[in-house]
Design a protein around this ligand. Sequence first.
Ligand code: UD1
Length: 432
Amino acid sequence: MAEAWLIQPSGPLVGDVRVHGSKNAVTKHMVAAIMGQGPSTITNVPEVGDVEITAEILRAVGAGVERSAGAVEVTPPEEAKAEVPLSFSGLNRIPVLLLGPLLHLTGEAFVPRVGGDRIGGRPVDFHVKALRALGAEVEVTDDGIRARCRRLRGAIIELPYPSVGATESALLSASLAQGKTVVRNAATEPEVLELALFLQRMGARIELAPDRRVVIEGVPKLRGARTRLAGDRIEAFSYLVAGLATRGTVRVIGCAQDRLVTAITTLLRMGAQVSIDEHGIAAFAPDGLHAAAVQTDVHPGFITDWQPPLMVLFTQAEGMSVLHETVFEERFVYVPALQAMGGEIELFATCLGGPACRFHDTSYLHSAVVRGPSKLQGTEVEVPDVRAGFSSVIAAATASGPTLLHGVRHLERGYHRPAEQLRSLGLTLQEK
Ligand code: UD1
């Protein structure tokens, strides 16, 4: 695996990109599958680092995981081990989701501290509270989380914020619990819904009620199931923006329009033209782009993972744009690198471009004002997280002069064969 990429200015990026199942869904499906009474098969699986990390975690608790072209087959453990080894500490966000499934399989569970991108504090208190509500005894230590329970029991779980991960934790934990669980203020992101649908195929009884309520009637057992993942909306948007920012045009194949509705409207507002048909979605801006004000939000709002590529696009649009990040308090960690490349961006702790958010009375720099267009210069960049990594690639592709990107493993954790895809669009990229 390469440590760094050297990117040379290469003109407009043009061509087709096929996106695969989403990184944020596949790993959760793999976790769900260990609760079945037979093997499950997931297809349209992306080749991303997170799948391999998750496969290793599941093997460590006794499951079988076989990968073949575009598919993953998970065989539940015959005799599950209750502990995820400490060596998996800090690698991704998956271990915490295993607490509920491991409790069902063994009556106890230990998972090490979770990792994932450093885009905020990312506590797991909602997960812990949900498990306690379901009757588990949970102890949080410096190393991780230990839980015990002979049988989880249905409960009312009120989430303080519609967290994707905590909703998924609740779905996984409640499906085999005794009795009914109601999750209030649940996340409704498409990837969460996709997991709920997979669990339904496995035999779970899940009802999506109005007002962000999810009702789960526990069943005594689940079976193995088969599903094809839907195309990754985050990857799709990243490539559409890569085309637009370089004054080229990328057509994305394999991602449904309804997963991109808010993103498409944002691009249209900025003056882009978007063509959508049964073959794919393409964006181009023959007359250039203009500024916009955008706030990230929970579904169906503008997803926070679309924010880093949009920031780069703002540096190439005419006028003053505003970006208000309301989901993760430290998601602008990549901005200094973009400023160093010549992006005119100022960060503020106040809420700009939308109503006050949870970070209003904090000193987190979570609003940005961007003046464009800027001529970006290539430089040396350390990639801090997966989405920021791709936005640095887009910035490098628009820049004059070469850019050396370090830490591309972050990028490879979440994008399907990114170097190959980017080269096929015309980017000159050398792996180091
Ligand atoms: C998932 C996605 C991530 C996406 C995010 C929001 C994966 C692997 N990652 O992350 O790409 O950006 O959803 O769509 O699927 N929170 C707490 N306590 C908790 C849990 C969450 O305070 O126990 C807070 C977080 O700090 C954050 C907010 O809730 O401010 C939303 O986080 P959440 O929706 O849980 O994100 P993840 O599931 O971690």
